[in-house]
Ligand binder design. Structure first.
Ligand code: G
Ligand code: G
Ligand code: MN
Ligand code: NA
Length: 254
């Protein structure tokens, strides 16, 4: 229970921070958005990765208030940057299954958009395949409502779960993010290259856009370019940035 209590205290003490990783249009190299990635800036432990506390937060339900904070902070931050003259772009946020299962989730999102005055078309919710199909009935209705607000929905870590594109087509999603494990080995592993090509082709035939995550090399970029992948994210382009560094980066682009 120790870690659980520490997380609760950390939330009260506002020790969580968001870093932001840019996403680009593959063809034009234009930035099209950023993904918010949480970290715990602990006085004792230093900067703690989400892989070390998100599973526990999900188990204990702490992900609900924590996720609400992420949503609020991300929307507030993007609206602030827009007000400071940065060209509007999409802010993507990772959403856990536990959050989607909350009855008030859509209401929370609506309220946060109203309070922060971020236009809904600049918000993208990233959910994993397993989240989307955990309770298709619930997520179908939720995602429809969110989609009707103008919010974008991406399927994160695509390819490692169990869903088919045909099933996903029934959900009102806009984007598929190919899991980075396929991108990583694509230039050496023929099977991974084939999977990436197939995902891109199928997604396009279903009129969905595709983001490749974890792009680290020029060789990977070339393959994705040949396959007409839409968007890219990865260390080859930019590592996740602190909010200060992200703002500086935006300013230097102008
Ligand atoms: O940032 P990397 O930055 O190490 O993130 C590791 C994992 O943590 C990823 O699977 C990512 O989706 C997840 N993650 C990062 N930020 C959040 C968040 O705000 N909410 C949830 N639910 N997961 C997050
Ligand atoms: O699961 P999700 O896609 O939300 O997680 C994003 C994770 O991927 C974060 O941990 C982020 O720091 C990490 N990441 C982003 N770009 C790269 C990359 O090029 N290589 C690797 N290894 N990890 C990356
Ligand atoms: Mn993600
Ligand atoms: Na991912």
């Amino acid at each position: 229970f120790k870690m659980e209590n520490q997380l609760r205290k950390a939330l009260e003490r506002k020790e969580f921070v968001l870093h932001y990783q840019p996403q680009y249009d593959l063809e034009t190299n234009q930035i099209i958005g950023i993904e918010a990635l949480i970290r715990w800036n602990s006085p004792d432990r230093g900067m703690v990765s989400p892989v070390e506390f998100i599973p526990l937060a999900e188990e204990t339900g702490l992900i609900v208030p924590l996720g609400r904070w992420v949503l609020e902070e991300s929307c507030r931050q993007m609206k602030t940057w827009i007000d400071q003259g940065i060209s509007p772009m999409i802010i993507s946020i990772n959403i856990s299954a536990r959050q989607i299962q909350q009855k008030q989730f859509v209401g929370d999102v609506k309220m946060i958009l109203e309070q922060t005055e971020l236009p809904p078309e600049y918000l993208c919710l990233e959910i994993t395949e397993s989240t989307a199909i955990k309770d298709v009935e619930i997520s179908m209705n939720m995602l429809k409502e969110l989609g009707e607000l103008g919010i974008k929905i991406a399927i994160d870590d695509f390819g490692i779960g169990y869903s088919s594109l045909a099933m996903l087509k029934q959900l009102p999603i806009t984007t598929i993010k190919i899991d980075r494990s396929f991108i990583r080995d694509m230039d050496e592993d023929k099977d991974d290259a084939a999977i990436v090509k197939a995902i891109i082709a199928m997604a396009h035939s279903l009129e969905l856009t595709v983001t490749a995550e974890g792009v680290e090399t020029e060789a990977q970029r070339q393959i994705l370019l040949n396959e007409n992948c839409n968007y890219v994210q990865g260390y080859y382009y930019k590592k996740p940035l602190t909010s200060e560094d992200c703002y500086k980066y935006f300013q230097n682009m102008h």
